[in-house]
Design a protein around this ligand. Structure first.
Ligand SMILES: Cc1cc2nc3c(=O)[nH]c(=O)nc-3n(C[C@H](O)[C@H](O)[C@H](O)COP(=O)(O)OP(=O)(O)OC[C@H]3O[C@@H](n4cnc5c(N)ncnc54)[C@H](O)[C@@H]3O)c2cc1C
Length: 284
Protein backbone atom coordinates (compact mmCIF):
# COMPACT_ATOMS: atom_id res chain seq x y z
CA UNK A 1 0.00 0.00 0.00
CA UNK A 2 1.03 3.60 -0.50
CA UNK A 3 0.75 6.27 2.22
CA UNK A 4 1.79 9.88 2.74
CA UNK A 5 3.63 9.05 5.96
CA UNK A 6 4.95 5.77 7.35
CA UNK A 7 5.71 5.71 11.07
CA UNK A 8 8.10 3.03 12.32
CA UNK A 9 7.22 2.20 15.94
CA UNK A 10 3.88 2.31 17.73
CA UNK A 11 4.96 3.85 21.05
CA UNK A 12 4.09 7.35 22.33
CA UNK A 13 6.40 9.10 19.82
CA UNK A 14 5.12 7.22 16.77
CA UNK A 15 1.45 7.51 17.74
CA UNK A 16 1.83 11.23 18.45
CA UNK A 17 3.44 11.70 15.01
CA UNK A 18 0.60 9.72 13.44
CA UNK A 19 -2.09 11.85 15.10
CA UNK A 20 -0.33 14.99 13.94
CA UNK A 21 -0.07 13.75 10.34
CA UNK A 22 -3.74 12.74 10.33
CA UNK A 23 -4.74 16.14 11.74
CA UNK A 24 -3.05 17.67 8.71
CA UNK A 25 -5.03 15.44 6.33
CA UNK A 26 -2.30 12.91 5.53
CA UNK A 27 -2.70 9.17 5.14
CA UNK A 28 -0.60 7.50 7.83
CA UNK A 29 0.46 3.94 8.53
CA UNK A 30 2.02 2.90 11.83
CA UNK A 31 4.15 -0.22 11.59
CA UNK A 32 5.14 -1.70 14.92
CA UNK A 33 6.50 -4.83 16.51
CA UNK A 34 4.53 -6.63 19.20
CA UNK A 35 3.20 -4.13 21.77
CA UNK A 36 4.50 -6.32 24.62
CA UNK A 37 8.00 -5.24 23.56
CA UNK A 38 7.15 -1.56 23.93
CA UNK A 39 8.92 0.37 26.71
CA UNK A 40 5.70 2.01 27.91
CA UNK A 41 3.90 -1.33 28.01
CA UNK A 42 6.45 -2.44 30.59
CA UNK A 43 5.98 0.61 32.83
CA UNK A 44 3.78 -0.51 35.69
CA UNK A 45 3.01 3.02 36.81
CA UNK A 46 3.65 6.40 35.20
CA UNK A 47 3.23 9.39 37.49
CA UNK A 48 4.67 12.23 35.46
CA UNK A 49 2.58 12.32 32.27
CA UNK A 50 0.49 15.47 32.49
CA UNK A 51 -3.22 14.91 33.01
CA UNK A 52 -2.93 11.17 33.65
CA UNK A 53 -1.63 10.73 37.21
CA UNK A 54 -0.97 7.16 38.40
CA UNK A 55 -1.47 5.77 34.91
CA UNK A 56 -0.61 2.18 34.12
CA UNK A 57 1.82 2.14 31.18
CA UNK A 58 -0.07 -0.48 29.16
CA UNK A 59 -3.37 1.41 29.60
CA UNK A 60 -1.81 4.69 28.53
CA UNK A 61 -0.35 3.01 25.45
CA UNK A 62 -3.74 1.48 24.57
CA UNK A 63 -5.39 4.90 24.83
CA UNK A 64 -2.73 6.44 22.57
CA UNK A 65 -3.24 3.70 19.99
CA UNK A 66 -7.03 3.91 20.12
CA UNK A 67 -6.77 7.66 19.59
CA UNK A 68 -4.57 7.26 16.50
CA UNK A 69 -6.74 4.48 15.04
CA UNK A 70 -9.96 6.41 15.69
CA UNK A 71 -8.50 9.26 13.64
CA UNK A 72 -7.78 6.89 10.75
CA UNK A 73 -4.26 5.58 11.24
CA UNK A 74 -3.64 2.26 9.52
CA UNK A 75 -1.84 -0.25 11.76
CA UNK A 76 0.49 -2.98 10.60
CA UNK A 77 1.81 -5.42 13.16
CA UNK A 78 5.33 -6.38 12.15
CA UNK A 79 8.95 -5.35 12.14
CA UNK A 80 10.37 -3.01 9.52
CA UNK A 81 13.50 -4.78 8.31
CA UNK A 82 14.79 -2.11 5.95
CA UNK A 83 13.89 1.21 4.35
CA UNK A 84 14.94 2.04 0.80
CA UNK A 85 14.67 5.56 -0.62
CA UNK A 86 14.02 5.58 -4.40
CA UNK A 87 12.62 8.16 -6.78
CA UNK A 88 11.52 10.53 -4.01
CA UNK A 89 9.57 7.75 -2.22
CA UNK A 90 10.43 5.34 0.58
CA UNK A 91 9.95 1.55 0.43
CA UNK A 92 9.68 -0.24 3.76
CA UNK A 93 10.24 -3.99 3.98
CA UNK A 94 7.91 -5.54 6.56
CA UNK A 95 8.48 -9.28 6.69
CA UNK A 96 8.01 -10.33 3.07
CA UNK A 97 5.70 -7.34 2.29
CA UNK A 98 6.57 -3.86 1.06
CA UNK A 99 4.90 -0.56 2.07
CA UNK A 100 5.44 2.75 0.30
CA UNK A 101 5.40 6.29 1.70
CA UNK A 102 6.32 9.87 0.84
CA UNK A 103 7.94 10.53 4.23
CA UNK A 104 9.06 8.42 7.18
CA UNK A 105 9.03 9.01 10.92
CA UNK A 106 11.40 6.77 12.87
CA UNK A 107 10.05 6.21 16.40
CA UNK A 108 11.75 2.94 17.24
CA UNK A 109 12.49 3.61 20.89
CA UNK A 110 15.90 2.60 22.20
CA UNK A 111 17.56 0.25 19.75
CA UNK A 112 19.89 -2.36 21.20
CA UNK A 113 22.61 -2.30 18.57
CA UNK A 114 24.82 -5.04 20.07
CA UNK A 115 25.13 -7.99 17.72
CA UNK A 116 26.00 -11.55 18.62
CA UNK A 117 29.55 -12.65 17.85
CA UNK A 118 29.51 -14.08 14.31
CA UNK A 119 26.16 -12.46 13.45
CA UNK A 120 27.35 -9.81 10.97
CA UNK A 121 29.74 -12.19 9.18
CA UNK A 122 26.99 -14.78 8.59
CA UNK A 123 24.14 -12.45 7.63
CA UNK A 124 22.55 -14.03 4.52
CA UNK A 125 24.78 -17.08 5.01
CA UNK A 126 22.68 -18.79 7.62
CA UNK A 127 21.72 -15.82 9.76
CA UNK A 128 18.26 -14.36 9.10
CA UNK A 129 16.07 -11.77 10.80
CA UNK A 130 12.82 -12.84 9.12
CA UNK A 131 11.03 -16.19 9.44
CA UNK A 132 8.41 -15.43 6.77
CA UNK A 133 11.07 -14.28 4.28
CA UNK A 134 13.59 -17.12 4.66
CA UNK A 135 11.78 -19.97 6.41
CA UNK A 136 11.19 -22.01 3.24
CA UNK A 137 14.95 -22.14 2.58
CA UNK A 138 15.35 -24.26 5.71
CA UNK A 139 12.56 -26.78 5.19
CA UNK A 140 13.53 -30.18 6.66
CA UNK A 141 16.72 -28.64 8.05
CA UNK A 142 17.76 -27.80 11.61
CA UNK A 143 17.41 -24.16 12.64
CA UNK A 144 17.70 -22.25 15.92
CA UNK A 145 15.40 -19.38 16.80
CA UNK A 146 17.07 -16.84 19.08
CA UNK A 147 14.00 -15.46 20.81
CA UNK A 148 14.45 -11.87 21.92
CA UNK A 149 10.95 -10.53 21.12
CA UNK A 150 7.48 -11.33 22.46
CA UNK A 151 6.43 -12.54 19.01
CA UNK A 152 9.35 -15.00 18.63
CA UNK A 153 7.51 -18.14 19.95
CA UNK A 154 4.86 -17.68 17.22
CA UNK A 155 7.59 -17.34 14.60
CA UNK A 156 9.22 -20.52 15.90
CA UNK A 157 5.88 -22.34 15.57
CA UNK A 158 5.53 -20.94 12.04
CA UNK A 159 8.96 -22.32 11.08
CA UNK A 160 8.08 -25.67 12.58
CA UNK A 161 4.85 -25.65 10.54
CA UNK A 162 6.94 -25.17 7.39
CA UNK A 163 8.87 -28.33 8.25
CA UNK A 164 11.99 -26.80 9.80
CA UNK A 165 13.52 -28.70 12.73
CA UNK A 166 13.39 -25.90 15.28
CA UNK A 167 15.27 -25.38 18.55
CA UNK A 168 14.49 -22.26 20.59
CA UNK A 169 17.25 -20.44 22.48
CA UNK A 170 16.58 -17.70 25.02
CA UNK A 171 17.38 -16.61 28.55
CA UNK A 172 14.12 -18.22 29.76
CA UNK A 173 11.50 -20.47 28.21
CA UNK A 174 8.48 -18.39 27.12
CA UNK A 175 5.07 -19.75 28.16
CA UNK A 176 3.78 -19.45 24.60
CA UNK A 177 6.44 -21.76 23.15
CA UNK A 178 4.82 -24.99 21.85
CA UNK A 179 5.90 -27.87 24.14
CA UNK A 180 7.27 -29.96 21.25
CA UNK A 181 9.90 -27.32 20.34
CA UNK A 182 13.17 -28.09 22.17
CA UNK A 183 14.40 -25.24 24.35
CA UNK A 184 17.98 -24.24 25.16
CA UNK A 185 18.50 -21.86 28.06
CA UNK A 186 21.28 -19.56 27.09
CA UNK A 187 22.87 -16.34 28.20
CA UNK A 188 25.98 -16.05 26.01
CA UNK A 189 25.34 -16.82 22.34
CA UNK A 190 27.69 -17.06 19.38
CA UNK A 191 27.17 -17.96 15.72
CA UNK A 192 29.61 -20.63 14.56
CA UNK A 193 30.68 -21.55 11.02
CA UNK A 194 33.25 -20.88 8.33
CA UNK A 195 31.49 -19.70 5.20
CA UNK A 196 28.02 -20.87 6.27
CA UNK A 197 26.47 -21.23 9.72
CA UNK A 198 27.00 -24.70 11.19
CA UNK A 199 26.00 -24.18 14.83
CA UNK A 200 24.90 -21.83 17.56
CA UNK A 201 27.13 -21.85 20.63
CA UNK A 202 24.99 -21.32 23.72
CA UNK A 203 26.88 -20.87 26.99
CA UNK A 204 29.70 -22.95 25.52
CA UNK A 205 27.48 -25.80 24.21
CA UNK A 206 27.15 -26.13 20.42
CA UNK A 207 23.70 -26.67 18.91
CA UNK A 208 24.31 -27.86 15.29
CA UNK A 209 22.10 -26.06 12.75
CA UNK A 210 22.00 -24.71 9.19
CA UNK A 211 20.23 -21.48 10.05
CA UNK A 212 19.84 -19.07 12.97
CA UNK A 213 16.81 -16.77 13.08
CA UNK A 214 17.57 -13.83 15.38
CA UNK A 215 14.22 -12.31 16.29
CA UNK A 216 14.51 -8.96 18.06
CA UNK A 217 11.73 -6.33 18.25
CA UNK A 218 14.03 -3.78 16.61
CA UNK A 219 16.68 -3.58 13.87
CA UNK A 220 20.09 -1.94 14.18
CA UNK A 221 19.63 1.58 12.80
CA UNK A 222 22.44 1.15 10.29
CA UNK A 223 20.70 -1.96 8.87
CA UNK A 224 17.29 -0.28 8.93
CA UNK A 225 18.34 2.73 6.90
CA UNK A 226 21.94 2.78 5.62
CA UNK A 227 23.42 6.29 5.63
CA UNK A 228 21.37 7.49 8.61
CA UNK A 229 23.57 9.62 10.85
CA UNK A 230 23.77 8.35 14.41
CA UNK A 231 25.87 9.28 17.42
CA UNK A 232 26.44 6.82 20.27
CA UNK A 233 23.40 4.82 19.18
CA UNK A 234 20.95 7.70 18.92
CA UNK A 235 19.63 9.27 15.72
CA UNK A 236 21.00 12.76 15.05
CA UNK A 237 18.14 15.25 14.49
CA UNK A 238 17.71 19.02 14.24
CA UNK A 239 14.97 21.03 15.97
CA UNK A 240 12.45 20.05 13.30
CA UNK A 241 13.27 16.38 14.06
CA UNK A 242 14.77 16.03 10.58
CA UNK A 243 17.47 13.37 10.24
CA UNK A 244 20.44 13.38 7.87
CA UNK A 245 18.20 11.89 5.14
CA UNK A 246 15.67 14.28 3.52
CA UNK A 247 12.11 13.07 4.14
CA UNK A 248 13.09 11.01 7.19
CA UNK A 249 12.25 12.37 10.65
CA UNK A 250 12.79 10.82 14.08
CA UNK A 251 11.24 11.18 17.53
CA UNK A 252 11.26 9.76 21.02
CA UNK A 253 13.79 7.58 22.82
CA UNK A 254 15.63 6.87 19.55
CA UNK A 255 16.85 10.49 19.45
CA UNK A 256 18.36 10.34 22.93
CA UNK A 257 17.77 11.26 26.57
CA UNK A 258 15.61 11.83 28.49
CA UNK A 259 13.69 8.62 27.89
CA UNK A 260 10.30 9.92 28.94
CA UNK A 261 6.76 9.77 27.58
CA UNK A 262 6.25 13.57 27.50
CA UNK A 263 9.43 14.09 25.51
CA UNK A 264 8.44 11.29 23.09
CA UNK A 265 4.97 12.74 22.55
CA UNK A 266 6.34 16.27 22.03
CA UNK A 267 8.98 15.18 19.55
CA UNK A 268 6.41 12.99 17.78
CA UNK A 269 4.16 16.02 17.35
CA UNK A 270 6.99 18.01 15.73
CA UNK A 271 8.07 15.08 13.54
CA UNK A 272 4.50 14.43 12.33
CA UNK A 273 4.04 18.13 11.57
CA UNK A 274 7.32 18.44 9.66
CA UNK A 275 6.78 15.17 7.79
CA UNK A 276 3.38 16.51 6.64
CA UNK A 277 4.99 19.73 5.42
CA UNK A 278 7.63 17.69 3.60
CA UNK A 279 4.93 15.66 1.82
CA UNK A 280 3.13 18.90 0.86
CA UNK A 281 6.33 20.32 -0.64
CA UNK A 282 6.93 17.15 -2.67
CA UNK A 283 3.44 17.22 -4.19
CA UNK A 284 3.44 20.90 -5.28
C1 LIG B 1 9.88 -0.06 33.20
C2 LIG B 1 9.77 1.32 32.58
C3 LIG B 1 9.19 2.34 33.31
C4 LIG B 1 9.07 3.62 32.75
N1 LIG B 1 8.49 4.62 33.49
C5 LIG B 1 8.32 5.85 32.94
C6 LIG B 1 7.68 6.90 33.67
O1 LIG B 1 7.26 6.71 34.81
N2 LIG B 1 7.54 8.10 33.04
C7 LIG B 1 7.97 8.35 31.78
O2 LIG B 1 7.77 9.44 31.26
N3 LIG B 1 8.59 7.37 31.09
C8 LIG B 1 8.78 6.14 31.61
N4 LIG B 1 9.40 5.15 30.90
C9 LIG B 1 9.98 5.49 29.56
C10 LIG B 1 8.93 5.54 28.46
O3 LIG B 1 8.20 4.33 28.44
C11 LIG B 1 9.62 5.79 27.13
O4 LIG B 1 10.38 6.98 27.21
C12 LIG B 1 8.62 5.91 25.99
O5 LIG B 1 7.85 4.74 25.86
C13 LIG B 1 9.37 6.18 24.68
O6 LIG B 1 8.48 6.19 23.62
P1 LIG B 1 8.96 5.87 22.14
O7 LIG B 1 7.72 5.94 21.31
O8 LIG B 1 10.11 6.71 21.78
O9 LIG B 1 9.52 4.38 22.19
P2 LIG B 1 8.83 3.04 22.63
O10 LIG B 1 7.74 3.29 23.58
O11 LIG B 1 9.93 2.13 23.05
O12 LIG B 1 8.17 2.48 21.28
C14 LIG B 1 8.94 2.08 20.20
C15 LIG B 1 8.23 0.94 19.49
O13 LIG B 1 8.82 0.74 18.21
C16 LIG B 1 8.95 -0.66 17.99
N5 LIG B 1 9.99 -0.87 16.98
C17 LIG B 1 11.33 -0.65 17.11
N6 LIG B 1 11.96 -0.93 15.95
C18 LIG B 1 11.01 -1.35 15.09
C19 LIG B 1 11.04 -1.81 13.75
N7 LIG B 1 12.21 -1.88 13.06
N8 LIG B 1 9.88 -2.15 13.17
C20 LIG B 1 8.71 -2.07 13.85
N9 LIG B 1 8.61 -1.66 15.14
C21 LIG B 1 9.76 -1.30 15.75
C22 LIG B 1 9.31 -1.20 19.37
O14 LIG B 1 9.09 -2.59 19.45
C23 LIG B 1 8.35 -0.39 20.24
O15 LIG B 1 7.08 -1.01 20.31
C24 LIG B 1 9.54 3.87 31.43
C25 LIG B 1 10.09 2.82 30.70
C26 LIG B 1 10.23 1.56 31.25
C27 LIG B 1 10.83 0.44 30.44
Amino acid sequence: MSYDIAVVGGGPAGLSAAVQGLTRGKSVVVISSDLRDNALYKARRVDNYLGFPQAEGAQLLTRFREHAEAMGAAWISGRVLNIMPAGGRFYLGVGSDMEEAGAVVLATGVVQAARLPGEAEHLGRGVSYCATCDGMLYRNRPVVVVGKSAHAPEEAAYLQGLGCRVTYAAARRPEELPPDIPFVKAGRLEIVGEDQVCALRADGEEVPCDGVFILRPTMALTDLLPGLETEEGRIVVDRSMATSIPGVFAAGDCTGLPHQVSKAVGEGQVAGHRASEYVDRQTV
